[in-house]
Design a protein around this ligand. Structure first.
Ligand code: GDP
Length: 518
């Protein structure tokens, strides 16, 4: 890397065909840390409302320009999507942004994202978001990242970090500059005269236009009338649009493009190539849709684990495949996600019956709820006592990322909340003033941590727990106080199930109900 400048030969192999290409960037991180907001902020910041007039639909990728250089963003955040696309063997992105809420802390999905990035072996930039919040503490986050082997530059590592507020759109310029810097260091090239290769980022069926495919070009230049094909879907390119929906003549490496002309909807994450003739492309096309192993987890169910049953319905085969891929990437160490059925088509009565029998949630992607099911749901509701939720759970989505996050939340909810105990402090009893029924006033000295009013206590005598209670009131020098620290003398109004004696140790603790973590 050091000698890069000297080593760099003019990029020319067989003519002018190898050219610098813009970086393709993905955004990963824990839910609610601001991935979507960041993508939105960059888009708003760089693309004026007038220009964006054509962006009416979420198409999965966009492009911005900073200092005359372009950057492509994959507009589907989250490592589930990223990993599902990579599972097909194509590198989706050149650079990963790891978004962390700087007023929070490193969370399970931050760690999952780091694992996904490491697997992909692409450079990372740490984005410390929500810096506008008064509680933001980016230094703390950097220290926490250190513990999961993400060493940022200011901690002596190689990973750049940048502080931004997606909400107030601050730090965005700086972030874009760092992206370009990292891209420069990695010298991204592509052959423009090679046959076209590209990656399907989003795909759906439009009633009027037919299959609509957002792709990022990896190699070559895509032009109208080109013949391209994935493993299953073939296209004679009818029209190419940029991400704003404007007709363009060609799409170059790293450029996001909307392609019309596919005969059927290809799957998200599928790779396509160009062919000289339709016949050649047809020969490569796989005739059969691959066999699906839906519900295969049924065979090796671990009885100790909880199971969340779902029925998946999608608009096209490609969506289902992408969704299943992402769902499989959700951690299932504690709860198993079992897909009972995964099918193309609207939500039907038979889906509803299966859902009812197996207590499954029906998840629809870009599908409608059939009229019979609507009636079914209505009856279900009418026969229930007021205020109770119907037995049938149906959820529909238009954006894969939201669907995956919802299923994740469902898995988390099915976990019991864990009660986490934290020791706060200890007090040695020196005096016992008076007692009545279950109350006593005791005096003592704090030997560890602190004591707080209202906090729970355990009473120890000769290292044995003999009872428990709580601090009803806390005093120092006969004055009420909320908190006292180590070495302070404290008077405590104790309420509990034991009679305290001189020399007893009172240990204060808090219990927190922590949401289940996958
Ligand atoms: P995602 O799940 O990672 O995509 O997170 P979202 O982009 O949906 O953001 C989660 C929440 O955080 C939303 O309520 C946002 O409005 C909020 N949020 C995102 N970025 C910022 C920020 O920079 N500052 C503040 N104060 N809030 C933010």
């Amino acid at each position: 890397m050091k000698n890069k400048k000297i080593d760099k030969k003019p990029a020319r192999a067989g003519g002018e065909s190898i050219l610098q290409r813009p970086p393709v960037v993905v955004v990963l991180g824990h839910v609610d840390h601001g991935k979507s907001s960041l993508l939105e902020a960059i888009k708003d910041f760089k693309i004026t409302a007038k220009e964006s007039g054509g962006i009416t639909q979420h198409i999965g990728a966009y492009e911005v320009e900073e200092k005359g250089k372009k950057i492509t963003f994959i507009d589907t955040p989250g490592h589930e999507a990223f990993s599902a696309m990579r599972a097909r063997g194509t590198e989706v992105a050149d650079i990963a942004l790891l978004v962390v809420d700087s007023a929070q802390s490193v969370q399970p999905q931050t760690k999952e994202a780091v694992i996904a990035i490491k697997r992909a072996e692409i450079p990372t930039i740490v984005v410390l978001n929500k810096i506008d919040l008064p509680t933001a503490n980016p230094e703390k986050i950097k220290r926490e990242l250190l513990q999961i082997d993400v060493v940022v530059e200011s901690m002596g590592g190689k990973i750049p970090s940048v502080q931004v507020s997606a909400k107030e759109k601050t730090g965005i310029n700086e972030l874009l500059e760092i992206i370009l810097l990292v891209a420069d260091m990695h010298d991204l090239k592509s052959e423009t005269e090679a046959p076209v290769e590209g990656l399907v980022i989003e795909s759906y069926m439009d009633g009027l236009k037919g299959p609509v495919v957002t792709a990022v070009i990896k190699k070559g230049v895509l032009r109208k009338k080109d013949i391209i094909a994935t493993d299953l879907a073939l296209a004679k390119v009818k029209s190419i649009q940029d991400f704003k929906g404007k007709e363009i003549h060609e799409a170059r490496p790293s450029q996001p493009a909307i392609i019309l002309g596919f005969e059927k909807v290809p799957a998200v994450g599928e790779k396509f190539k160009s062919y000289k003739t339709t016949e050649e492309a047809m020969q490569k096309l796989k005739k059969e849709e691959p066999k699906r192993e839906v519900g295969s987890t049924v065979l090796n169910l671990d009885p100790a684990k909880k199971v969340l049953n779902i029925i998946l319905k999608g608009d096209v085969f490609g969506s289902l495949e992408a969704i299943e891929g992402m769902l499989k990437n959700l951690p299932q160490d504690k709860v198993i996600l079992r897909i009972l059925k995964s099918e193309v088509g609207d939500i039907s009565e038979s889906d509803a019956k299966l859902a009812e029998m197996s207590k499954a949630t029906i998840i629809g992607f870009r599908v409608k709820i059939g009229p019979a099911v609507m009636k079914f749901m209505k009856n279900d509701l009418e026969n229930l006592p007021a205020g109770r939720q119907g037995k049938l759970r149906i959820k529909t989505f238009d954006i894969i990322y939201e669907l995956v996050q919802d299923v994740r939340r469902g898995l988390e909810k099915s976990l019991e909340a864990e009660i986490v105990r934290e020791d706060i402090g200890k007090l040695k009893t020196l005096l016992v003033f008076w007692g009545e029924k279950n109350r006593q006033i005791v005096g003592g000295k704090i030997t560890e941590g602190e004591m707080r009013k209202g906090i729970k206590l355990e009473v120890f005598r000769d290292d044995k727990k003999i009872g428990s209670g709580r601090i009803v009131n806390l005093q120092r020098d006969k004055k009420d106080i909320d908190l006292l620290k180590k070495r302070d003398e404290a008077g405590i109004l104790f309420e509990g199930n034991v009679k305290i004696e001189k020399g007893d140790i009172l240990a204060a603790y808090v219990e927190e109900r922590k949401k289940g973590e996958l």
